[in-house]
Write a protein that binds this ligand. Structure first.
Ligand code: SP5
Ligand code: ZN
Length: 356
């Protein structure tokens, strides 16, 4: 299996996030996650680790807005120049907002402290000196995985870090900046990136998001689209992050009506509960007649995950892989969350084995 990995992920290592109690907490989304995965992949015969090529900004601009991309590119330097309310000397090693627009104001701010609140929706997604380089590397992994499907591969893996599924067209959150899965999906729809193709020869892509958290960014990006069928299976947002998106009654809008589905689940779901829900999602993908499949693969569904409350075992994760692999679609597996670093490599390998 071709596995795309960019070492630049190391450049993004946030020192902390702010928890709901207001305290600085250890950042769970850290470089060690990919080290653990690489280590596990070292012990299997079928893993071919490849550095992605640079796909440039065009396929990213097909999903994200220009003003948001410009913010991501320049925010840290602006932060160092402008600092916060109290002056430049107050600018710390991370840019993290403290003021958010109520229900998304029409107006952005002239200063980067305000812009950060405009574009970043939580206190888990800071911008560091080299965050921009790391997120481009992460997205290049996803694009390389998509490209290799167009070249005839059956299943590929993008070891994306930072993850992507909470990022929308013009916002970051939940450790996510660029929506790697959405960018890969749009690339597949177009057939080969930017070349405009006749409508009837465009691909039909399904995104199955199995991360423990609802894929709010992916949901938003394709909410109006009938070309990308998005499905997310996750913890009920009524009790869990991202709180405001991922409800069962959100099923798409306009031309995209019926082309989004959410499966919010209770605490403690078991392997067999989960298997039944996945079977339903698989039927939806079959009926859509997808040409390609993207899996937003979060391993935080695992029973031992510090952010999760599902009861899914490593064997259950392997079974999940088997169910998805049985679709027999060209499949790009895009890494999202998963924070039990001890078990992360094993769990991902258990999932991937189903595609070998
Ligand atoms: C990609 C992904 O899985 N993003 C998840 C974002 C979850 N954000 C909520 C973070 C809550 C932080 N407090 C938990 C502290 C545990 N010690
Ligand atoms: Zn997650």
């Amino acid at each position: 299996m071709k596995i795309f990995y960019a070492d630049t992920h190391r450049l993004h290592a946030a020192p902390f996030e702010i928890g709901e109690g207001g305290s600085q907490e250890k950042m769970l989304e850290c470089p060690d996650r990919l080290d653990r995965i690489l280590n596990a992949l070292d012990h299997v015969a079928w893993a071919e680790i490849i550095a992605p090529t640079d796909f440039g900004l065009d396929p990213i601009r097909a999903v994200h807005s220009d003003d948001y991309l410009e913010f991501l590119r320049t925010a840290f330097v602006s932060w160092k120049q402008q600092g916060g309310q109290l002056g430049v000397e107050k600018a710390g090693p991370v840019l993290m907002p403290a003021t958010f627009p109520p229900r998304r104001s029409q107006h952005n701010s002239q200063v980067v402290a305000g812009q950060a609140g405009y574009y970043i929706f939580d206190l888990s997604t800071p911008i560091l000196e080299n965050t921009y380089t790391a997120i481009l590397g992460s997205t290049n992994c996803a694009l390389a995985a998509a490209q290799s499907l167009l070249n005839g591969e059956r299943a590929t893996l993008a070891l994306c870090r930072p993850p992507g599924h909470h990022a929308g067209r013009d916002y970051a959150g939940g450790y996510c900046y660029l929506n790697n899965a959405a960018i890969a999906a749009q690339y597949l729809v177009n057939g080969s990136g930017q070349r405009p193709v006749a409508l009837e020869s465009r691909n039909k892509v399904a995104i199955l998001d199995i991360d423990y958290h609802g894929g709010n960014g992916t949901q938003d990006i394709f909410y109006d689209s009938a070309e990308v069928f998005t499905i997310s299976i996750h913890a009920d947002p009524a009790r869990q992050y991202p709180y405001f998106s991922g409800y069962a009654d959100e099923t798409g809008a306009g031309r995209g009506c019926g082309f989004h589905r959410n499966f919010p689940l209770p605490k403690g779901v078991t392997d067999s509960d989960y298997e039944q829900v996945v079977a339903e999602a698989i039927t939806l993908i079959e009926n859509f007649n997808a040409t390609h499949l993207i899996v937003s693969a979060g391993m935080d569904i695992y029973a031992g995950d510090p952010l999760g409350d599902f009861n899914i075992t490593t064997a259950g994760i392997h079974r999940l892989g088997q169910q998805i692999a049985a679709l027999q679609l060209p499949t790009a597996i895009i890494m999202e969350g998963g924070y039990n670093n001890e078990a992360l490599g094993n769990n991902l390998v258990a999932f991937l084995r189903a595609f070998i």
